[in-house]
Design a protein around this ligand. Structure first.
Ligand code: UD1
Ligand code: CA
Length: 452
C-alpha cells in the first residue's frame, strides 16, 4: 500500500520558443508574480510535499527565484528538452524510491487549483495507480486527447500530432498534470520510446504502458479555465484575465466593493480589510495592504505601501513603494507619494509630490507642494511636523525640517529648517505701479493705429 509521501515534480525545462522572449517563460508575470510563483504557491498549499523543479541548463535565474520562494525545493537539470517524459526521468534521483505518490505538474499551467491536485493524489492513493487531469475542451486544438475504453476507463493519451481523424474529434483532453504511484512511475517511463510525430519522449505514454500491465488509470476533470497553459503572449494575457477574475471575486467575497470589477487590476499579494470601496480604473502593483474602511476613488495606481483605516485616496493618485498612508489621511488628485510616511489625519489634497518624507499628524499640505528630494546624486529627507501648514506651491528643498505647527508662505522655496510654530516666507516683496497696465494698453493701441 502506498504511504503518504507526495513528491511534486514541476516541469519547466521546455524551450518556450513561442514566447519570443529572452526571459524564461516561468518568470513571466501574472498578477504581479512570476508564473512559477503561482505554481509554487499552489504546491505549497497542498501540505507536506517534496518538490523537485526540472529546469534546463543555464536557467539560473529561475532556480534562484524558486529557491527564494521555497528554500527546501530540489532542482533537477534536464540536459536536453527531449520531451515531458524525459524531463520527469531527469528528476528520478531526487524522488524517494518507490514511496507514495509522484505528482507531475507543468510550470506553464498556473491556474490549476490545489483542490484538484489534492483530489488527484487521493484518487491515486485509493483508486488507481495512474490519475490524469482531464478537461472538456471547447477547442481541443493541440492538446493531447484522452482515449477511453468502452467501459469509460482511460485507455491511453494520444498527442494531436499522432492522432487518427477519429481521435482528433475527441474533446476530452489532457490537462497536463498526472499522479502516479512512485513504485510504478520510473518503471513505466523506462518503456517510453520517442517513436512519434514529434520524436519526443512523452510523459503521456505512461498510461498505455500502465494499461498493458493491467494497472488502473483514472481521469479527474477540472473546468477548462483552470487548465489554460501559457505557450504564447496571447495565452499569457488570457491567463492573466482569468487570474484577475479570481482575485476580484476573492476581494469581493472578503467584503470589498468594486464599483466596476473588470476595471480594477489586482496583484496576487494584494491584501484588503473589510468595507474597502474601490472606484473604477484602479490598478494595484505588488506589495499593497489596504486596511478596513478605506475609499479609493477612480483612476489610482497603488504599489508597495500600506493604507490605514479610514483613509481616502484619489481620484488620480499615485502611491509608490514605501508609502505609509496613516489613518483618515486624505490623498487627493494628482498627488504622488514615495517612501513617505503620512501620519494620521494629514491632508495632501492636490497636485503634490511627497517623496522621502514624513508628514506629521493633521498637517495640511497645500496644492502644488513639492518635496525636492533629489539633487541629481542623492536622495534627501523632508520632515514635516504635526499640524504644520504648508502653503500652496511650496518647494521644500531636502534635507529640511518643518517644525510642528509651523506655516510656510505660498510659493516659498524652503531651504532652511523652520522652527515649530514659526512662519517662513521666501519670496520677493509684493510691489505695485498704479495705472501701469492701462498705460501699457493705451500705448500699444496707439502703435497699432499708426501702423494701419
Ligand atoms: C503537454 C501534453 C499534452 C497536454 C498539454 C497540456 C505531453 C507529451 N503533452 O503538451 O498532452 O494536453 O501539455 O498543457 O506531455 N517540458 C520540459 N522538458 C521537455 C519538454 C517540456 O520540462 O523536454 C516542460 C515545459 O517547460 C512545460 C511542460 O513541460 O512546462 C509542458 O511542455 P509543453 O511542450 O508545453 O507540452 P504541450 O505541447 O503543451
Ligand atoms: Ca504547454
Amino acid at each position: 500500500m502506498p504511504n503518504s509521501t507526495v513528491t511534486t515534480i514541476i516541469l519547466a525545462a521546455g524551450r518556450s520558443t513561442r514566447m519570443k522572449s529572452s526571459t524564461p517563460k516561468a518568470l513571466h508575470q501574472i498578477a504581479g508574480r512570476p508564473m512559477l510563483g503561482h505554481v509554487l504557491a499552489t504546491v505549497g498549499s497542498l501540505g507536506k510535499s517534496r518538490t523537485v523543479l526540472v529546469l534546463a541548463p543555464g536557467m539560473d535565474d529561475v532556480a534562484r527565484y524558486a529557491k527564494g520562494v521555497d528554500a527546501n525545493l530540489d532542482i533537477a537539470i534536464q540536459d536536453k528538452p527531449l520531451g515531458t517524459g524525459h524531463a520527469v526521468r531527469a528528476a528520478e534521483a531526487l524522488v524517494p524510491s518507490g514511496e507514495g505518490v509522484v505528482l507531475v505538474i507543468f510550470g506553464d499551467t498556473p491556474l490549476v487549483r490545489a483542490e484538484t491536485l489534492s483530489e488527484m493524489v487521493a484518487a491515486c492513493r485509493a483508486e488507481a495507480p495512474v490519475v490524469v487531469l482531464g478537461f472538456e475542451a471547447r477547442d481541443p486544438a493541440a492538446y493531447g486527447r484522452l482515449v477511453l475504453n468502452a467501459d469509460g476507463s482511460l485507455a491511453r493519451i494520444v498527442e494531436r500530432k499522432d492522432a487518427t481523424p477519429e481521435e482528433v474529434a475527441i474533446t476530452l483532453c489532457n490537462g497536463g498534470a498526472m499522479a502516479v504511484r512512485a513504485e510504478h512511475l520510473f518503471r513505466l517511463l523506462g518503456r517510453m520510446t520517442n517513436d512519434n510525430a514529434s520524436g519526443e519522449y512523452y510523459l503521456t505514454d505512461v498510461v498505455e504502458h500502465a494499461r498493458a500491465e493491467g494497472l488502473g488509470c483514472a481521469v479527474i476533470c477540472a473546468p477548462e479555465e483552470d487548465i489554460q497553459g501559457v505557450n504564447s503572449r496571447a495565452d499569457l494575457a488570457s491567463v492573466e484575465a482569468e487570474m484577475q477574475r479570481r482575485l476580484r471575486r476573492r476581494a469581493m467575497e472578503g467584503g470589498v466593493t468594486l464599483a466596476d470589477p473588470e476595471t480594477v487590476y489586482l496583484c496576487a499579494d494584494t491584501i484588503f480589510g473589510q468595507d474597502v470601496t474601490i472606484g473604477q480604473n484602479v490598478v494595484f502593483g505588488p506589495g499593497v495592504e489596504v486596511a478596513s474602511n478605506v475609499t479609493i476613488k477612480p483612476f489610482c495606481h497603488i504599489e508597495g505601501g500600506r493604507i490605514e483605516e479610514g483613509a481616502q485616496i484619489g481620484p488620480f493618485a499615485r502611491i509608490r513603494p514605501g508609502s505609509e498612508i496613516g489613518r483618515d489621511v486624505h490623498i487627493g488628485n494628482f498627488v504622488e507619494t514615495k517612501k513617505a510616511k503620512i501620519e494620521a489625519g494629514a491632508k495632501v489634497n492636490h497636485l503634490s509630490y511627497i517623496g522621502d518624507a514624513r508628514v506629521g499628524a493633521k498637517a495640511n499640505i497645500g496644492a502644488g507642494t513639492i518635496t525636492c528630494n533629489y539633487d541629481g546624486f542623492n536622495k534627501h529627507h523632508t520632515d514635516i511636523g504635526a499640524g504644520a501648514f504648508i502653503g500652496s506651491n511650496s518647494s521644500l528643498v531636502a534635507p529640511v525640517k518643518i517644525g510642528d505647527g509651523a506655516y510656510t508662505g505660498s510659493g516659498s522655496v524652503i531651504t532652511k529648517d523652520v522652527p515649530a510654530d514659526a512662519l517662513a516666507v521666501e519670496r520677493s516683496k509684493h510691489f505695485e505701479k498704479p495705472g501701469w497696465a492701462a498705460a501699457f494698453r493705451a500705448k500699444h493701441a496707439g502703435m497699432k493705429k499708426a501702423g494701419e
